[in-house]
Design a protein around this ligand. Structure first.
Ligand code: ADP
Ligand code: MG
Length: 264
């Protein structure tokens, strides 16, 4: 049975000045999917994520959230449903890690804005999962880029969103933290049904974690579909102009990609 469409984009166009960064993008994001948004630099991945989560308003076309246009929802409602880990996230004020992760609960708090024991439980468990509990009282400004990125992810998870948007969210991390965090996100996806939309530039990581792929090229969707149809040598050659070999692991069903030396 097909899963419910959570987010629908209908002929989205977004221009920065005269330059169209997205053109006529129509997509259905279904509940529980793990979507990889792939494409070369400047192909519109960040712009697409920002329009889908309501940070940018489309120049033309519409975005729907659960059947109703996103622009009609209150910000608080959107913040309870979507969490975003942006590509560049700088926090310049020396908040402690605990304070930053607590901010993730804000859209859920009552009138007085007090955190309940349940809220605090969520905050501590997200810090633990993201490996930042030891830094709880440290200022975020004193952390390394990778540590800070894990704090931002912990804050996003503390929002207990229905949809988690990740924009190259693991790019500052070393390989083991990258894999740990993507595994954590995958668990949220498979066990709690959180829908994930991740722009990833590492094709191998995309193959390991995503089930559905959206390839962007010059602001348009060049190709989209489940891995078995579109995560293959031909499509990757067409989009990235690199020769690869892709195997599918017989047990895990995950893809593994090997870059081949240019055969000329
Ligand atoms: P990606 O995330 O795939 O690298 P982006 O969505 O960031 O792509 O950018 C798509 C296109 O829009 C690029 O040509 C980029 O130069 C342009 N662009 C992105 N952000 C802005 C901006 N704030 N102002 C003007 N042009 C922008
Ligand atoms: Mg980007």
């Amino acid at each position: 049975m097909e899963k419910t469409v959570l987010i629908k984009t209908d002929n989205l166009t977004l221009c920065y000045g005269k330059h169209p960064a997205l053109q006529t993008v129509s997509l259905d994001i279904r509940e529980g999917g793990f979507y990889g948004v792939l494409g070369p630099n400047g192909s519109g991945k960040t712009t697409l994520i920002n329009v889908m989560c309501g940070v940018l308003k489309p120049s033309a076309g519409r975005v729907f959230w659960q059947g109703r246009e996103l622009r009609f929802y209150r910000r608080r409602h959107i913040a309870r449903s979507f969490a975003v880990v942006p590509q560049d996230c700088s926090i310049n004020f020396p908040f402690t890690v605990l304070e930053v992760v607590m901010m993730g609960r804000k859209p859920h708090l009552g009138r007085l804005g007090r955190l309940t024991d349940e809220d605090l439980g969520i905050v501590y468990s997200c810090m633990e999962h993201c490996g930042v509990l030891d830094y709880a009282e440290k200022a975020v400004t004193s952390l390394s880029g990778g540590e800070r990125q894990r704090v931002i992810l912990a804050r996003a998870l503390a929002q207990t969103p229905q949809v988690l948007f990740l924009d190259e969210a693991t790019s500052n991390l070393d390989i083991s933290h990258k894999i740990d965090l993507l595994k954590l996100i995958k668990r949220l996806n498979t066990r709690q049904g959180v829908t994930v939309i991740a722009a990833l530039h590492d094709l191998n990581l995309a193959g390991m974690f995503c089930d559905y792929f959206i390839y962007m090229e010059k602001g348009q969707v060049a190709c989209e579909g489940p891995g078995d149809l579109v995560f293959n040598e031909k499509v990757i050659k067409q989009i990235f102009n690199v020769q690869v070999e892709i195997d599918k692991h017989p047990v895990t069903g995950r893809y593994h990609l090997t870059l081949l030396p240019d055969s000329g």
